[in-house]
Design a protein around this ligand. Structure first.
Ligand code: PEP
Ligand code: MN
Length: 342
């Protein structure tokens, strides 16, 4: 249930509602907006009728049920979008953020040259995999700790905050020492033990949508993070499995618009995994931005043909510079026909 406070409700009135929500057997999560506060009562096993009765408490405008199964990620709880700060970079504040870097960290030279080049072209964050979820056990699995240390070094040298994937609960503490944001990969979206563990960290989480997950399942995965105590979550649409074979995955643009409608969390797009095709990265990025995505994450490698993972979908350094220029171009106004006059 949501308890919407009146505009200008006093602090004691808000505190009273928080206390009453707890007494009724629920957790209380408060959003203080510019005009009014919202208290969300979440949990199971509480006494619902006691919440409903709070409509009569001082300072309360209305008590309404939360329409969706996800509660804390719902836009109903927080009508204005959330801004997540990664290092010093705000994501969701209205500017468009570009996260770029190789699929895997392969060497000092490779990650440093990529970081310097993407920074010069305008990227604000660096990505690079240290632990790689690969379909085959015979494929490159990532450099692990060595890669994390290289990411730390490159962050020092370039000032770019870094994002890297966490695959296991065992690695969380170590990765938190080296990364500014932890990525939950598509295959781990419903690894509930991992989500519960990450909810206890203070680092922002980039939660990728699973290849076969519905938007509802994706948002419920995010709910695990918020319910467990981590409010700093960014959603990433990276394509789903469909019958299409012309692209690696099908970047689900409608899901970006829907996630934004249903949730206050910032949404970004990953057109690299979402299409598998460098030529589609610019048009899909522009489309995602038009739908309200607040940023993109793209794979960039100094020499894609030598990449140890995801070379065929990676942009080279010049290709990335071209992508950045294309993002700055205005979207074309549609040439509408004039209405016929009678
Ligand atoms: C990646 O970002 O390199 C990756 C493996 O992504 P996903 O989990 O979306 O496949
Ligand atoms: Mn990849």
């Amino acid at each position: 249930m949501i308890i919407n406070m009146r505009e200008g409700a006093a602090e004691q009135e808000i505190q009273h509602i928080i206390d009453r929500v707890k007494e009724a057997g629920y957790q209380a999560h408060v959003t203080r907006g510019i005009e009014r506060a919202i208290v969300a009562a979440v949990g199971s096993g509480g006494r619902r009728h006691e919440l409903q009765a709070l409509a009569a408490a001082p300072g309360v405008a209305e008590v309404v049920p939360i329409a969706q199964p996800f509660k804390l990620v719902s836009r109903q709880v927080k009508p204005h979008g959330t801004v997540v700060k990664v290092g010093a970079v705000p994501i969701g504040d209205g500017s468009f953020v570009v996260i770029a870097g190789p699929c895997s960290v392969e060497s000092r030279e490779q990650i440093l040259s990529t970081a310097l080049a993407v920074k010069a072209s305008g990227a604000q964050l660096l990505r690079g995999g240290a632990y790689k979820p690969r379909t085959s056990p015979y494929e490159f699995q990532g450099l692990g700790l060595e890669a994390l240390e290289l990411l730390s070094e490159v962050r020092q040298e370039t000032g770019l905050p870094v994002v890297t994937e966490v695959m296991s609960t065992e690695d969380v503490d170590l990765i938190c020492e080296h990364a500014d944001m932890l990525q939950v990969g598509a295959r781990n979206m419903q690894n509930f033990a991992l989500l519960r563990r990450l909810a206890k960290t203070s680092k922002p989480i980039l939660l990728k949508r699973g290849p076969s997950a519905s938007v509802r399942e994706w948002l419920l995965a995010a709910e695990y993070l918020l319910a467990g105590g981590n409010q700093n979550v960014i959603l990433c649409e990276r394509g789903i499995k469909t019958f299409e074979t012309g692209t690696r995955n099908t970047l689900d643009l409608a899901a970006i618009a829907l996630a934004r409608e249903l949730s206050h969390l910032p949404v970004i797009a990953d057109p690299s995994h979402g299409t598998g095709r460098p030529t589609l990265i610019s048009p899909m990025s522009r489309a995602a931005a038009a739908l309200g995505a607040v940023g993109i994450m793209v794979e960039v490698h100094p020499c894609p043909e030598r990449a140890l993972s995801d070379g065929p979908q990676s942009l080279d350094l010049d290709g990335f510079a071209r992508l950045m220029r294309s993002l700055a171009e205005p979207l074309r106004a549609l040439p509408m026909r004039e209405a016929a006059t009678a």
